[in-house]
Ligand binder design. Sequence first.
Ligand SMILES: NC(=O)c1ccc[n+]([C@@H]2O[C@H](COP(=O)([O-])OP(=O)(O)OC[C@H]3O[C@@H](n4cnc5c(N)ncnc54)[C@H](O)[C@@H]3O)[C@@H](O)[C@H]2O)c1
Length: 360
Amino acid sequence: MAKLTQKDFLKGTIKHIDMKKYNVVPMVEAFENMAYSSRDLARASKIYHQMLSDKNCSIILCIAGSLISAGLKKIIVDMIQNNMVDAIVSNGANIVDQDFFEALGYKHYLGTPHNADDNLLRDLHIDRIYDTYINEDELKVCDETVHKICNSLEPRPYSSREFIWEMGKWLEKNKKGKDSVVYNAYKYGVPVFVPAFSDCSAGFGFVAHQTEHPTAHVTIDSAKDFLELTKIKIKAKETGLMMFSGGVPKNFAQDTVVAAEILGADAPMHKYAVQITVADERDGALSGSTLKEASSWGKVSTALEQMVYGECTTLIPLIIGYGYHKGAWKKRKAANYVKFLQDEDKKVAALKAKENKAKK
Ligand SMILES: NC(=O)c1ccc[n+]([C@@H]2O[C@H](COP(=O)([O-])OP(=O)(O)OC[C@H]3O[C@@H](n4cnc5c(N)ncnc54)[C@H](O)[C@@H]3O)[C@@H](O)[C@H]2O)c1
C-alpha cells in the first residue's frame, strides 16, 4: 500500500454555518410548548431577543472550547456586523489558533474521532480536535505571524484587547481575513479580550519575541484587560452575557460587577445571562456552575438567566439564529467600545506626559 501523506487526510474542509439562511423562529417558538432542553433553549433564545430589544443593554459574548474551528465563525462575524454584540471575551484558541489562523488563509478539515491513528497523524504533522484536523505546519505560521506583529510594535505592556486590535490592523494592511472575527471586530469597534492570551498559538510567538528582545519587549497586561472590561461594565450599566461553553471568559465577564463595586461605581448585576455548556455543577467548578449560583456572588441577576445543557455547535445556530431572525438588532446603536477604551488610553497618556514634565 502506498504511504499515506497529509493530503490523504486533509481533504474536506469545515464550512461555517450561515444562520441567515435558516429562519428558526417558528421551530424555536414551538420548543416553548415542549419539555427539558427544548424549553430551556426557547427561553434562552427569548432572553437573547430581550437583550437585543433593550436599548440600554450592552451584550458581552463569552466563548471557550473550540467553536471557531467547529464551523461557528460566521455566526460570530454576523453578530459583529449586525450589532448583535458589543464586546467579546474568549479563550486564546478560538481567537488566535482558529480565527486568526483561518484569516491567514488556512482551513480546518473534516476528520474522524473513531478510527483516527493519532500516532500516524503525529508523524504527518496533523493535529486533531475530536473530529477536526489541522495542518500543524500551517499553525506554526500563525505562531510566527504573532511573533512578527510583536516585533513590529513599541515594546510596552498591552492589554490583550490592544494586541488583538493590532492583529486586526495587520490583517487589513496585509489584505487578509475579511471574513474573520479579528478583522471584523477591528473594523466595527468591538473589543476582543483574551484574558489567558499566552495559552494558545500566541504564546509561542511571544516566547520567541521576548527571547529575541530580552530587555525591551511587548508584554500582555491581563490586569489591564480586567480594568478595561470593568470600565465597559461601568459605562454600560445594564449588561447581558451570552456565554458559550464556560472557562475563563465566563468568570472574567461576570466578575466585572464585583470589580465595579470595589471601584465604588454604581454598576448593577448582569441583567441577562445565558450559558450553553455540557459541563454540569457536581464538581463545583466554574464552567458548570449555574447562573443562579452566580447570583449568590452578586454577579448575575436571577430573573432573566437560563442555562442550556448541550453542545454549542447545534444550540448556538438556534439561539443566535432566533435573535437574528426576530430582527431587534436593527434598532440597536453601535456602542463602539474600542473607541471608548482608546479615549481612556489617551487620558492616561496625557496624565503620564504631565507627570514626566513635572519630574523634569
Ligand atoms: N480547545 C482547544 O483546542 C485549545 C487549543 C489550544 C489552546 N487551548 C487553551 O486551553 C485553555 C483552556 O480552554 P478553555 O478555556 O476553552 O476550556 P475548556 O476547553 O476546558 O472548556 C471550558 C468548558 O466549556 C465546556 N465546553 C467546551 N466546548 C463546548 C461545546 N462545544 N459545547 C458545550 N460546552 C462546551 C466544557 O465542558 C468545559 O467545561 C485556553 O487558554 C485555550 O486557549 C485550547
